[in-house]
Design a protein around this ligand. Structure first.
Ligand code: 3PG
Length: 408
């Protein structure tokens, strides 16, 4: 709205950074969850209806990972959810992309390919440095404005997030606006105790987040699940069995043990599971922690579910991020479902951080409960809640001081 009132968006060309990084089936390339794609529909429709030519950019996965793919399938899903044509070009900053941008007419929508096809996009640097990157220098002259709607990537200081706001009048999109509004309503510093339930696969990221949460005393209790729990159990000297150690080793997680141990020594209030659902020679069983675990860990066990659910009862704010087990397989979904249910039934405000957990909450019919906020963000959300500055938001604020001095 500020952009429209101050400059007018009709007839302009706008670069919109969205985050449609979605879970992908590695065998078929199918998009498994369209939550993030649907979330951006409002921003895109509104800009198109106000008469702007809308060019969308997003990343998907990381080079080397199985979910690092082209965005062509995303353009089809987006067209379908918007009920509007979304053109696609399999290029980001080359001649084909620049030509397609130049030819785009008011009201039309174009999605460029995965931003991480450009190697500069995985470098973390300052907004000023990224403003001089080839990525930003090639595209910025083709646009009048930049909009950041990618709340979920606001913790990355990458060119598509922090570079463009230095050169173009910029604004927040509707997703970013909605997230900040909801979080500021839900997140009252005096609301304690705060319980964080953390699992999922991004263990390196989660460890960094735990360091911030602890440094800022932002969490009163952390209930660890999944690989995060396994890391901390090793750090505590608990025997999780040879097979699970091998999994941690293969994923480069064992190297994190000294950092995890340091956090525990400094008093990080982190709980680990007391039992697991494991798989051993094709057989599924529950194994208690203590005597050494034989099978491969797939989910938290019933004792852990009731212990964690009990611990959530006293909370005023509960934040959940990452599944507790291998939820792609229905046999290992129970732990995650039960934790989401317990959180929803508590008296706390509940913030769900992204992806898989949003799908579980929706499938359980809990998404619209008044005490729940389903965020599009994962790592970005947690860093925000830990009180850290998010580079994406800082860059927008800098841009506003430069291009909207009358508002600052
Ligand atoms: C996320 O899913 O957390 C965001 O899309 C950021 O992705 P990244 O962790 O690969 O940078």
């Amino acid at each position: 709205d500020d952009l429209d009132e101050n400059y007018g968006v009709k007839g302009s060309k706008i670069l919109v950074r969205i985050d449609i990084n979605s879970p992908i089936d590695p065998r078929t390339g199918r998009i498994l969850d369209d939550t993030r794609i649907r979330a951006h529909a409002k921003t895109i429709r509104e800009l198109s209806e106000r008469g702007a030519a809308v060019v969308l950019i997003s990343h998907q996965g990381r080079p080397g990972e199985p979910d690092f793919t082209s965005l062509e399938p995303h353009s089809k899903v987006l067209s379908d959810r918007l009920g509007m044509t979304v053109k696609f070009v399999d290029d980001v900053i080359g001649p084909a992309a620049r030509q397609a941008i130049k030819e785009l007419k008011p009201g039309e929508i174009l999605l460029l390919d995965n931003t991480r096809l450009v190697s500069e996009e995985i470098i973390e640097a300052t907004p000023e440095k990224h403003a001089g990157s080839i990525f930003v220098q090639r595209l910025a002259p083709l646009f009048n404005y930049y909009i950041n709607d990618a709340f979920a990537t606001a913790h990355r200081s990458q060119p598509s997030i922090v570079g463009f706001p230095m050169l173009l009048p910029s604004a927040a999109g509707r997703v970013l606006e909605r997230e900040l509004h909801a979080l500021s309503k839900l997140y009252k510093p005096e609301e304690r105790p705060r319980v964080f339930v953390l699992g999922g696969g991004k263990v390196h990221d989660t460890l960094r987040i735990l360091e911030y949460l602890h440094a800022n005393r932002a969490a009163d209790r952390i209930l660890a699940t999944g690989l995060v729990a396994e890391l901390f159990m090793v750090a505590k000297g608990i025997n999780i069995g040879r097979k699970n150690i091998e999994v941690l080793e293969a994923k480069g997680i064992l190297a994190l043990v000294p950092r995890a141990r340091r956090l525990l020594l400094r008093g990080l209030p982190l709980e680990t599971p007391v039992d697991f659902v494991t798989e051993h020679n094709g057989e599924v069983r529950v194994e208690a922690v203590g005597t050494g675990i034989e099978g491969v860990i797939r989910d938290i066990g019933p004792q852990t579910i009731s212990m964690y659910s009990e611990m959530m009862k006293e909370a005023r704010l509960i934040v959940l991020r990452g599944p507790a087990g291998v939820i792609e397989d229905p046999r290992f979904r129970k732990g995650t479902e039960e934790l989401v249910k317990s959180a929803a039934e508590s008296n706390a405000y509940v913030i769900i951080g992204g992806g898989h957990l949003n799908v579980i909450a929706s499938n359980l019919g809990l998404a619209d409960k008044e005490n729940m906020h389903l965020s599009t963000g994962g790592g970005a959300l947690l860093l925000f809640l830990a009180g850290e500055d998010l580079p994406g938001l800082t860059a927008l604020a800098k841009s506003a001081r430069k291009f909207f001095p009358q508002l600052s």
